[in-house]
Design a protein around this ligand. Structure first.
Ligand SMILES: [Fe+2]
Length: 182
């Protein structure tokens, strides 16, 4: 196994069984479901990897994850993930991940009904992250080369929280991850 794939698998082994805030799914379940939704949508291989690894910033963090929504849920995990992913995979994977938080704020700004689709934890983090965005921030987001991919990823992210859903294991993604390394 490539050492970077090993590093990713180790991170999931170490913290993949943890839950973020009051989410019902574990970090590993959430990642696998998100990657799987991207696959089912016939996304590009790079966007499937981005979907799978979009929350890797949570599990690459030495700090314990918050266990209650009353805690501050704005942990900047998208930037921690980007720092790691851009070196290993380049912008087409790292940028949709960096943008997946602002993508939620963008979607909720453009479509206020979307807030109702968010889990309680995701709604709380939406507010902690600053809530709706300004016209200028909308423009900045739409100027990002990978903003459409970030929106797609965000929809899978919000749908990937089903505790009853059994997905194929992480190992099934190993070849795809390795093939996506720069
Ligand atoms: Fe997520």
């Amino acid at each position: 196994m490539h050492p970077v794939v090993g590093q990713i698998f180790d991170a999931f082994k170490l913290k993949g069984s943890e839950r973020y805030g009051e989410e019902e799914v574990t970090q590993l379940q959430h990642a696998l479901q998100c990657g799987h939704l991207a696959m089912k949508a016939n996304a590009s291989e790079r966007l499937i990897v981005a979907a799978l690894l979009h929350d890797i910033g949570h599990i690459l963090d030495d700090r314990d994850m918050p266990e209650k929504c009353s805690e501050n849920l704005n942990d900047q995990h998208e930037f921690r993930a980007h720092q790691f992913l851009v070196q290993q995979f380049g912008n087409s994977i790292a940028d949709p991940v960096r943008l997946h938080v602002v993508a939620k704020r963008y979607i909720c700004t453009r479509n206020p009904g979307y807030e109702k689709k968010l889990s309680p934890t995701s709604l709380k983090s939406f507010h902690d992250q600053g809530g709706k965005i300004s016209h200028e921030e909308v423009r900045q987001f739409e100027d990002e080369p990978f903003f459409r991919e970030a929106i797609q990823l965000r929809h899978w992210d919000d749908a990937a929280k089903d505790v009853s859903w059994v997905t194929p294991p992480l190992e099934d993604f190993a070849t795809l991850i390795e093939a996506s390394l720069t």
